[in-house]
Design a protein around this ligand. Structure first.
Ligand SMILES: [Zn+2]
Length: 120
């Protein structure tokens, strides 16, 4: 007989605890979120990228309706609030504050924006 909680856990998106950074700080006046991980790597995700890639219900709906902007030239992050260890809630300077960004997603966006330097 299976435990019902195990079924629920199996349905959660995969989360590698190593994706949660040891440090996450705003850089360039909120225009980037710089993260450092326990393995010694670090990368910065531009605020505009995060604003463009927000996956909240509002942004998802706006994309479906074709009214989501192509760019956020002045995008900046004004608040970073940890959410239960697996994600952060970001507030943007334009007032948008619905985005929950899992660390795994943030790490992939940051790596996309700043690929790790080749080892010498
Ligand atoms: Zn959003």
């Amino acid at each position: 007989m299976q435990h019902p909680l195990q079924d629920i856990a199996a349905q959660q998106p995969p989360f590698d605890p190593a994706d949660a950074p040891v440090e996450a700080v705003l850089a360039r006046g909120g225009r980037a979120l710089r993260m450092s991980w326990a393995d010694g790597s670090s990368a910065a995700a531009p605020a505009e990228t995060l604003r463009l890639r927000c996956r909240c219900a509002w942004c998802t709906r706006a994309r479906v309706d074709g009214r989501f902007p192509d760019a956020f030239a002045d995008a900046a992050i004004t608040a970073v609030e940890p959410m239960g260890g697996y994600a952060v809630h970001l507030t943007f300077a334009d007032g948008h504050d619905r985005g929950i960004f899992p660390w795994t997603y943030l790490r992939s966006l940051a790596r996309e924006a700043s690929p790790p330097a080749q080892a010498a």
